[in-house]
Design a protein around this ligand. Structure first.
Ligand SMILES: NC(=O)C1=CN([C@@H]2O[C@H](COP(=O)(O)OP(=O)(O)OC[C@H]3O[C@@H](n4cnc5c(N)ncnc54)[C@H](O)[C@@H]3O)[C@@H](O)[C@H]2O)C=CC1
Ligand SMILES: O=C(O)CCC(=O)C(=O)O
Length: 528
């Protein structure tokens, strides 16, 4: 019988489901060393947010087939290490949506009516009705940062309370925002105009310290900020300073840069003085805990029985035979989708997927889904998977058009053409599988033939003498090593593209220097 380790507290219903097919050991509060020592005996691991599934844990788990996260965020799992080791990581993308949204609303109302401080004062025997006069949320402006599942529910409820809604989400269409009664605005406008700001975004390199001393300075002096998303999106030191200085009205935090929050954290001293804190309770409702436990335990059970998982964050949930045949094309589609989102930049409202040659005879739906997964991966990171990519795209107002042309035989196996239409016009990328290798064969209509690499630099320029040398020198002066370089042009001395594979990410400031080179119109880095 397979063995499952449950290392965080989950609802008993999850344990019962797992027990149908496995020996289940519930062992919470293990130290990292204890977990590494225990994990080799297990086929599956089920966790919430406390257990940190590091590379060391994964490498020790030589029998592990699946890691189940009873919740949304898999930032406590080294998904890349699990993927490398062929371990499926599953989550519950929606099981705690309502719980987290309701907690954010509870935090907003707690702030506006001083509920925690007033309740604590009652315990001390006081009866202070003047000190705790609050403000109404009715007719106030709520700025929702991140209009995904939780942000949308918060917006719907806040609208029903008579609030005016602003939203910032670079990956959502204005139509979707409008359906939710939100005015989609740039982030600075939201910061300047909102009376309340609520964060519902993943923690990514782009969102880390999004709320910092500079952005706080743009906000109203009465603004109240709610973070029930992830610690680290707010610079806690800057926030504490702003509250102490009376620069903002207050904040309510459920999540922290380091959890559990240190007992001597300076944030604790501000509780009751403009700050409301809860110990990561967003998902802690009876209903949500049942939802996520059932959702994830069922997936672990299914995978242990040899069936596909419905919400895998790192592998497609397809039949194994179809998977095997399509694997290189799924990788191609995902890579091209990711590339296209970075080439296009900003909001996309239409994706055209064109299968050409032999590829046009294959099952297209998984390829379209893979392209969408890649397209959305910049916005949603590990939250987008093969199961939810189409729904996520629809919710973001992205129209998908699929076309086929069996007649054109450009590459053995065929080629895949993706075209996106969005805020910054229309852009396209084309690729093929050559042997077993992925190739990018065209960008915005310019023919190239490059294998994708982790970091790539793209330029649009005039095809003219000296430009390649100048770019090479510029990169050299910033100590950037070029692994390979290719120019694509349609006519001699006309418009052209340059594609460079580089060993490391570009240092700050270099792109603006590159665009100062005469003849180079634009330059951007892509990370695949
Ligand atoms: N406190 C708690 O216990 C819980 C916290 N969470 C957290 O809540 C957050 C939101 O979760 P969901 O709504 O389920 O995710 P979601 O994936 O449905 O929505 C996230 C939204 O953020 C947007 N986004 C991504 N990068 C952005 C950026 N740089 N600026 C603005 N918007 C950006 C995406 O387009 C997407 O619409 C996640 O961080 C999740 O981990 C989720 C459940 C419980
Ligand atoms: O398991 C929990 O309570 C944390 C939930 C959470 O943060 C998430 O699902 O992303």
């Amino acid at each position: 019988m397979p063995k499952v380790l449950v290392s965080d507290t989950i609802d008993q219903v999850g344990v019962d489901i797992l027990s149908q097919v496995a020996q289940v050991d519930v062992n919470t509060g293990l130290s990292p060393e204890e977990l590494i020592a225990a994990i080799p005996a297990y086929d599956a691991l089920m966790i919430r947010s406390s257990t940190k599934v590091t590379q060391a844990v994964i490498e020790a788990g030589q029998q592990l087939k699946i890691i189940g996260r009873a919740g949304v965020g898999v930032d406590n799992v080294d998904v890349a290490a699990a993927t490398r080791q062929g371990i499926i990581v599953v989550n519950s993308p929606q099981g705690n949506t309502i719980a987290a949204a309701e907690h954010a609303l509870a935090m907003m109302l707690s702030l506006s009516r001083h509920v925690p401080a007033a309740a604590a004062s009652m315990q001390t025997g006081s009866w202070d009705r003047n000190k705790y006069v609050g403000t109404e949320v009715y007719k106030k402006t709520l700025g929702v940062v991140g209009l995904g599942k939780i942000g949308s529910h918060v917006a719907t409820a806040a609208r029903a309370m008579g609030m005016k809604l602003l939203a910032y989400d670079p990956f959502i269409s204005a139509e979707r925002a409008e359906q939710l009664g939100c005015r989609l605005v740039e982030m600075d406008i939201l910061f300047q105009e909102a009376d309340y700001i609520t964060l519902h975004i993943p923690k990514t390199p782009e969102t880390q310290n999004l709320i910092n001393a500079t952005t706080l300075a743009k906000m109203k002096p009465t603004v109240r900020i709610i973070n029930c998303a992830r610690g680290g999106i707010i610079d806690e030191v800057a926030l504490a300073e702003a509250i102490k200085a009376g620069q903002i009205g207050g904040a309510a935090l459920d999540v922290f840069s380091s959890e559990p929050l240190e007992a001597d954290s300076p944030l604790r001293a501000l509780v009751g003085k403009g700050l409301v804190l809860t110990p990561h309770l967003g998902a802690s409702t009876e209903e949500a805990q049942v939802n996520v436990a059932v959702d994830v335990a069922e997936q672990i059970r299914d995978v242990l029985l040899g069936l596909p998982a419905r919400s895998a964050v790192n592998i497609p949930g397809l039949h194994p035979d179809v998977m095997e045949q399509l694997r290189p094309y799924l990788q191609l589609a995902e890579m091209l989708g990711n590339l296209l989102s970075q080439v296009t930049g900003g909001r996309i409202d239409q994706l055209t997927v064109r299968l050409q040659g032999e590829l046009a005879t294959r099952e297209s739906q998984p390829i379209v889904v893979a392209a969408l997964k890649g397209l959305l991966s910049q916005a949603l990171r590990e939250r987008v998977n093969y199961v939810n990519a189409a729904i996520e795209a629809k919710e973001r107002g992205i129209r998908v058009i699929e076309t086929r042309d069996e007649g054109i035989q450009d590459y053995t196996g065929g080629s895949l053409h993706l075209t996106a239409h969005g805020d910054h016009g229309e852009h396209s990328v084309v690729g093929a599988v050559v042997g077993q290798e992925l190739r990018i064969t065209s960008i915005d209509g310019f023919p190239v033939n490059v294998p994708p690499t982790h970091y790539m630099l793209f330029t649009r320029h005039r095809d003219m003498p000296g430009i390649i040398g100048k770019l090479g020198s510029q990169l050299g002066s910033f100590n950037v090593n070029i692994a390979s370089m290719q120019v694509g042009r349609r006519i001699v001395r006309g418009d052209a593209v340059m594609v460079l594979s580089i060993d490391d990410p570009l240092p700050d400031g270099i792109l603006s220097e590159i665009t100062k080179i005469p003849g180079i119109e634009s330059a951007y880095m892509v990370a695949l």
